[in-house]
Design a protein around this ligand. Sequence first.
Ligand code: 5AD
Ligand code: FES
Length: 357
Amino acid sequence: MIHAMSEVDDIIGRLTDGETLDEGEFAALVAHGLEPEHAESRERLRRAAVEARKSVYGNDVYVRGLVEISSYCRNNCLYCGIRAGNATADRYRLSPDQILECAEEGYSLGFRTVVLQGGEDPFFTDAVLEGVIKAIKSSHPDVAVTLSLGERGRESFARLREAGADRYLLRHETADADHYARLHPKEMSFENRMKCLADLRELGYQVGCGFMVGSPGQTSATLAKDLAFIRDFRPEMCGIGPFVPHHATPFASEPRGTVEMTCFLLSVIRLVHPRVLLPATTALGTIDPKGREKGILSGANVVMPNLSPVAVRRKYELYDNKICTGEESAQCRFCLRRRVESIGYRLVVDRGDYRAG
Ligand code: 5AD
Ligand code: FES
């Protein structure tokens, strides 16, 4: 007798065949996908994700040099170690000259993308950032400048784009408004987050969204909304990594996200949006020594080594036990090359632009 295929196996089969799923199907997939009885389908899903990535980007894994420019933040996101309310945080901010030195270091290591990331620090006005962006672009027109500096007004995004910024990473954090409210203080709103993402796109940025896996209050229903959002918004980049508690936040004793769910979702996202640039994040490397390799083997194709000065690295502490805080930039570069090559991929330092269909 032939057993009827379970609903989840059927959904995975349709996803690997390139079909579009609806939110209810995403919810069933996320709710049951990790159950032991679906191990075979899950492996098929992972392989299909790897194939999908290969058909767009081959065996290349792109490098983005990350400069953490400031750990000051006016926001108070409940999950984040650099939230304004964390009085124990040891704060720092890089001067424009220090940022340029880090970008220069990245350039000499071959990196052609620099990501300037930081908390929402009022020191970094439009004028200050314009100076930094223009300086990088004038000495190295071949470098893609990516910003990851939180929410700003449309005018500000426009000025920074005008100054030469190419890409902007702003994780949506969750596509469910109630869940958003659970993760953020009342001064922040889901509507504004979504407006920022829409503005960035309209202004011609390549846009990255994303979310944490296993954040407090996350359910299969909220994850289904995240997947539907990615399906519809079609971001150029999407950053997902496990939630990892930070000891000095309200979520200190919440459980962290898992490698299994993160890798499963990486595969699903790759199939929902095959062209997306998908990092194997530092958070994934933090909860598992082989986390980033597992991420790449699930469909990720970007890694983001740290270019921040070693003296400040420990202070950009979004979550506990973050890796790569003691290594020099060059060490991270070689470490990542070794890791990527050990699983049969090629570490590529060029701009690694999104390949539109
Ligand atoms: N665990 C994992 N990721 C975190 N981020 C912030 N705090 C944490 C945490 N505790 C992520 C958020 C943010 C990005 C810069 O880092 O998703 O958008
Ligand atoms: Fe930084 Fe491995 S990537 S030490």
